[in-house]
Structures are given as C-alpha cells and as structure tokens.
Design a protein around this ligand. Structure first.
Ligand code: ADP
Length: 255
C-alpha cells in the first residue's frame, strides 16, 4: 500500500530466547484508519505494536512507521490494559503530563485537556485522584492522556480486557466518537471478535506459533456506529465471519 502510514513487510521477530514471535508478517495501515489485530495469546500482537512504536527492532524484514521515519517528532501514543496513571497526580495533571514534558504550560494546555476530559465523560473528575476512580474511568483518563498530543498513531494493547462488559461497550462507543472527531490511525489489539467488529474498519487475524497474519476482514459498516449496530443482523454476520476466521487461525496453530 503506497499511501500507508504504517507498514510491516515480511517481518520476522525472533527473541534471544529463541522464540519465533513473528514470521513473515506483512500489513499496512492507512492514515486515519481504525484497524484491530485479533488473535490468540502469544500470536505476536503486542510484538507488532512494539515494533510499530519503535520500541523493538525486527530480526528481518522492514517496519515503516512515523516512529521509525522521524523518531523525534513522531506523534505515536500507546494505551495498555493497565491505565498506568500517576497515583500522586489528579486526572488533570495526569492528562497534562505528555504536554508538560513537551514544555507546554498548564494554562496553555488547559483548553485541550478540558475538551478531552469532557469528551471522555470526565469533566467532573479533573481534580480526582486515580485511587478514587473506577477501572473504566481510569481507562478514560489514560485515553485522554494518549490523545492530548493529537497523535497520528494510537496503539492500544487490550485496553478494555479487564473491564466489565457494559463499561467496555461504553468505552468502545466513546473511543469511536473521539476517533471520528479527530481521526488518527488506530491499531487496537484485542481477543474479542465482538469488540473488533464493533470498532474496526479492518481486522487483521493472526495465528500463533509462529505469529503470522492469516486473514484480513473488512467491516463495511459506516460510522458512527451506535449501540443499535450490536443488535443488527449485519453485526451478527460480521461476528460469525470473523469467528470462523479466528477458529481457522487457531486450528492452524500448534497451540
Ligand atoms: P500476544 O500479544 O499476541 O499475546 P506477544 O507479542 O506478547 O503475543 O508474544 C509473542 C511470543 O513472543 C510469545 O510466545 C511470547 O512469549 C514471546 N515473547 C514476547 N516478548 C518476549 C521477550 N521479550 N523475550 C522472549 N520472548 C518474548
């Protein structure tokens, strides 16, 4: 894909332990595209994100992403399953952190932070400390912090896996609303077929041992995707298609 923002071309990754995490992985993500990576544990999903973020190097093949092209100016943000908020700072200061590190004052940053907190449903919690927040609210703060620098690439590694289903669905909806308001390339790692279908334009299915891409499924549903999409026949069909693809991926793995 020549207009790709991110591409992996025949990427192998073998760790020093001898574990072959990725074998000839090729994939591409366009600017502003929402792509999920779906697959069983150990198929190399996190390794793909780390390579895209420039946190690790391939053993063979090529990785091309903003973090590789221009590390000093790459706007690449990462959200993990653990919200990793600073416990001694309130929500406002946690979200300010990436801008503060870039030399932007609290006053100059305030309008952006307040807008993001409002968008993420945290307007009344700017002064709350992480210990006072539910798991879902902590994750909302982590997403606001990731988006505060207006990233070109947002990497999300099973961000909602520890949350209950209702909270997860609400976060899915709010994440998409934020993405529609300011499109960025999102690579979203998940175990959940249902989450992948709800969120994504495209789902890359991976198999394990060694990790490889086994299928790519396009989800044609237009945005905005409302909760009503979850109960539609189109959603059920897409989930069925993706489940079959995941089953095939797992059957082909020596798990
Ligand atoms: P996933 O995110 O799909 O669960 P990972 O990318 O975390 O998979 O890991 C892929 C494989 O590489 C697994 O077998 C894992 O144990 C192994 N692995 C990941 N990181 C390292 C590392 N730093 N050293 C050795 N092996 C690793």
């Amino acid at each position: 894909m020549s207009d790709a923002l991110i591409s992996l071309t025949h990427v192998d990754k073998t760790f020093a332990s001898g574990t072959r995490a990725l074998q000839s992985v090729s994939l591409a993500v366009a600017p502003g595209e929402f792509v999920s990576i779906l697959g069983p544990s150990g198929c190399g999903k996190s390794t793909v994100l780390r390579l895209v973020a420039g946190l690790d190097t391939p053993s063979a093949g090529q990785v091309d992403a903003p973090a590789w092209r221009d590390p000093a100016h790459a706007r690449t943000a990462f959200v993990f399953q653990d919200a990793t908020l600073l416990p001694w700072a309130d929500v406002f200061d946690n979200v300010w952190l990436p801008l503060r590190l870039a030399g932007i004052s609290r006053e100059a940053a305030a309008p952006r932070i307040e807008a993001l907190l409002a968008q993420m449903g945290l307007a009344d919690f700017a002064q709350a400390y992480p210990s006072a927040l539910s798991g879902g609210m902590k994750m909302r703060a982590a997403i606001a912090r990731a988006r505060v620098t207006d990233p070109q690439v947002l990497l999300m590694d099973e961000p909602f896996a520890a949350l209950d289903e209702i909270t997860r669905q609400r976060l899915n909806t709010d994440l998409l609303a934020g993405w529609l308001a300011a499109p960025m390339a999102v690579m979203f790692v998940t175990h959940s077929v249902f989450e992948a279908v709800f969120l994504s334009q495209r789902v890359i299915v991976m198999g394990a041992r060694p990790g490889r891409v086994v299928d790519t499924v396009t989800i044609g549903e237009p945005y905005p995707r409302t909760p009503a999409f979850r109960t539609s026949a189109r959603y059920a069909d897409a989930c069925q298609q993706l489940s079959a693809s995941l089953e095939a991926a797992m059957a082909g793995s020596a798990a």
